[in-house]
Ligand binder design. Structure first.
Ligand code: SF4
Length: 250
């Protein structure tokens, strides 16, 4: 019969040299834990930012738009939908509905048919019509320039607010946290949160504000091109030597 210490040694052997995150102090509170994910050492974060700059110097929003209003509408439509599909819909949509007034006073059934390919078209129609009305009635026809104001628009949460403020106006109010930013921030151990609001708070603590807009674009590009959800292409990834994600493929 094996002794306890022999059993432990055998278990360690079976586990092999599995990649794992650096061990943290067990005594830390959950708040401290959130703020101090092991990957948030400033030098490491700076290296990640530098490598993203190398890989994606020109990363930008992939939703086609000609003005802040179109970007707002396209971002609302992009929920649970690809940018490619939204761009296809947008080509005819903005010819038929060129401004906030056209959307605000649209016939809901007709607008629903235009938006339908993006999914959740009934709710999205309500959101784009409601946001357009609010822009006309409360903001003089202009998409507002502050997070506080933009969040009052129907269908607009922080993700959409950050996309529009950052891309259309160059205002860094926060970090866009979409599905890619959520996944990659965890893989890169920049956060250990799953809730987008908490992930954003973590990222805002460790990334310099002047990088917030570009970081969001770059991480989204990396998620789309290399660090896919199911099979990340780690062999092609210039962050590989800094990454100790459990689901790395190299
Ligand atoms: S090494 Fe792999 S898991 Fe890590 S960031 Fe690169 S692609 Fe993603």
């Amino acid at each position: 019969m094996a002794t306890k210490s022999k059993k432990k040694a055998s278990a360690r052997k079976k586990g092999g040299a599995a990649k794992s995150r650096p061990v943290k102090s067990r005594k830390k509170s959950s708040t401290a834990k959130r703020a101090n994910a092991a990957g948030t050492d400033p030098k490491r974060v700076a290296s990640i930012l530098a490598r993203l700059d190398e890989a994606y110097p020109n990363a930008t929003c992939e939703l086609k738009h000609e003005n802040p209003f179109q970007l707002l509408i396209s971002t609302i439509l992009s929920a649970q939908c690809t940018d490619v599909r939204v761009n296809q819909v947008a080509e005819t949509l903005y010819k038929k509905y060129p401004d906030a007034k056209a959307f605000a006073y649209a016939t809901p059934g007709e607008l629903e048919m235009e938006i339908r390919p993006t999914g959740f078209f009934r709710n999205k129609t309500k959101s784009v019509m409601g946001a357009s009305k609010a822009i006309l009635e409360k903001f003089g026809g202009q998409v507002p320039r502050t997070m506080e104001e933009i969040l009052t628009l129907p269908g607009v949460a922080r993700k959409t607010g950050n996309v529009v403020l950052g891309t259309a106006y160059g205002i860094a109010s926060g970090v866009v946290v979409d599905t890619h930013v959520l996944r990659l921030s965890n893989r890169l151990d920049l956060t250990r949160e799953e809730d987008p609001k908490k992930v954003e708070q973590d990222l805002m603590k460790i990334i310099p504000q002047e990088k917030w807009i570009q970081f969001s674009h770059q991480i989204i590009w990396h998620g789309r091109r290399v660090c896919h959800a199911r099979k990340p292409k780690c062999i092609e990834c210039n962050l590989e030597s800094l990454c100790y994600a459990k689901d790395k493929t190299v």
